[in-house]
Design a protein around this ligand. Structure first.
Ligand SMILES: [Zn+2]
Ligand SMILES: [Zn+2]
Length: 491
């Protein structure tokens, strides 16, 4: 950091009025005993020549409290601790909202986040990134990020209220949501990114703090894998009628199978992997809503050609729509084993294990297994152990209940499975009430047709997918091999 100090300058006890041509004085706290000064950028701002002169001419002095700086910043703690007589400190204003962000931080740590004047409210998403970058540079973040969280929440809301949720907005704000620990926004935006974008980019950093792009790449692996998971559900369900026709013996089966695929192709939705290269999953689902198909044959000897194809497509739509709730900050935090000192392996496992089929215990917002799975930040071998244990328990429970088999693809209803005391202690989950009835309808077409089609597997479709993914991961950890995971999960 470019820092110049003037230890001999007198401490500024009172605010000076702004003089014509003099520095702009900003009194953050009335009884200040320290000055943070921003000098104009050393290099002219190439991108905005019209504003460059004005910005170059302005020196800004923030009148602040030394004690508050030390309390809220590791950076100032070090500098002021070693130089007790220091009266002011000077930094270069790098432009692009740098001064604006520093003022937000200084006001928030001194007077609280709700005292910011209107002109500091963020109406541009870029400001969220600059606030993170400046916060890190001055040592306010990450430890004191909560001091400006309300400011970020307004910034987030402003973006959504003015223009709505778009791929651009989601790419710009998903990572800041994780930094500011905005669990609801993070889940919503990461879900949106999985369903409504189809490239490999999940982040757009409009600020000049380019090093943050590296941190933001943590989203790439989980979201790419989550998208592949939704794709596999669509593919499995849409392929179901074709598999059924392949097992039929009637002469009309081939034409029916061909015409069914043709109807999907007419919507540009088949084959799925080709459609996925062209469109986001959300658009494919919208197109599938238009699916209509009536087999030409009227005298099918096997009866298989009379299959309800529209129903199969509707099941594919429904299952795909609710396959992924977004990434969960609480699951991500909880599964990062290294973050908790002195935690035993057993405690770690217990904290991350589902409770009676509920995958979002102690999470701020409700979600299913896929969100838990893709939010996993610990060793993949541990995740596999947890899944295996869960399946063993589920099987034991089914045996105890006396049921030979369970319907596949149904998530247990939370309300019926969680003891009352546990529910009372759980934080309110905004998505949970809406999800439960949907999840109950989230039944695989295979399960519905298992009896009449002779298709008989006892394995949950999702289990199959997660098993395959775990097998492909081997002993690698997500944290170690995030890029490798991208490829392996997709391939
Ligand atoms: Zn037939
Ligand atoms: Zn969670």
């Amino acid at each position: 950091m470019d820092v110049t100090t003037n230890a001999s300058a007198p401490a500024a006890a009172t605010a000076k009025p702004k003089l014509a041509g003099g520095p702009l004085q900003i009194v953050v706290v009335p009884n200040s005993d320290f000055v943070v000064q921003l000098t104009p950028a050393a290099k002219p701002l190439v991108e905005k020549p019209a504003n460059a002169a004005a910005q170059r001419a302005r020196v800004v002095q923030f009148r602040v409290s030394r004690a508050v700086l030390q309390e809220n910043s590791s950076f100032f703690q070090t500098i002021l601790g070693s130089r007790p007589n220091l009266a002011d400190i000077t930094f270069e204003n790098k432009g692009g909202g740098f001064g604006h962000a520093l003022e937000i931080w200084l006001r928030a740590i001194h007077n609280g986040p709700h005292t910011l004047p209107n002109n500091l409210k963020a109406t541009r998403m870029e400001r969220a990134w600059v606030a993170i970058g400046v916060g890190e540079q001055f040592g306010f973040a990450p430890n004191h990020i909560d001091k400006i969280k309300p400011w970020f929440l307004e910034c987030y809301q402003y973006a959504l209220d003015n223009g709505g949720l778009t791929p651009f907005v989601a790419c710009c704000l998903a990572f800041p949501c994780s930094v500011f620990d905005h669990a609801e926004g993070f889940m919503k935006l990461t879900k949106y990114l999985a369903y409504h974008t189809n490239g490999s980019l999940f982040t757009n950093n409009p600020s000049s703090f380019h090093h943050l792009n590296h941190d933001a790449r943590v989203l790439d692996g989980p979201l790419t894998a989550a998208r592949a998971h939704i794709q596999s559900i669509l593919e499995t369900e849409l392929t179901f009628p074709i598999d059924k026709l392949h097992r039929a013996t009637c002469p009309c089966r081939k034409e029916t199978a061909f015409d069914y695929e043709d109807a999907l192709r007419a919507l540009d939705c088949w084959p799925i992997d080709r459609a996925m290269q062209q469109y986001p999953i959300g658009e494919i689902i919208d197109e599938l809503e238009k699916f209509e198909f009536t087999p030409k044959t009227i005298k099918c000897s096997s009866g298989i050609c009379a299959h309800d194809f529209k129903n199969s497509v509707n099941i594919a739509i429904r299952r795909a729509k609710y396959a992924f709730d977004g990434l969960c900050l609480d699951c991500m935090e909880r599964s990062q084993i290294d973050h908790v000192d002195g935690q035993t392996r057993q405690t770690f496992l217990e904290k991350n294990t589902p409770f009676k089929g509920c995958w979002d215990i102690d999470c701020r917002f409700g979600h299913g297994r896929a969100s838990w799975y893709y939010s996993w930040m610990g060793p993949s071998s541990v995740r596999r152990d947890i899944l295996n244990k869960y399946r063993e328990e589920k099987k034991a429970m089914d045996v105890a209940k006396g049921s030979h088999r369970t319907r596949r693809g149904i998530r247990p209803s939370k309300d019926s499975n969680i003891p009352t005391t546990r529910v009372a202690s759980m934080p309110l989950k905004s998505q949970a009430p809406a999800r439960t009835p949907i999840a109950q309808n989230n039944t695989s077409d295979k399960a519905n047709n298992a009896q009449d089609s002779g298709y008989d597997h006892d394995v949950d479709d999702e289990d199959e997918f997660f098993d395959a993914e775990d097998a492909s991961l081997g002993g690698h950890t997500v944290t170690d091999d995030i890029e490798e995971l991208d490829h392996e999960a997709v391939n």
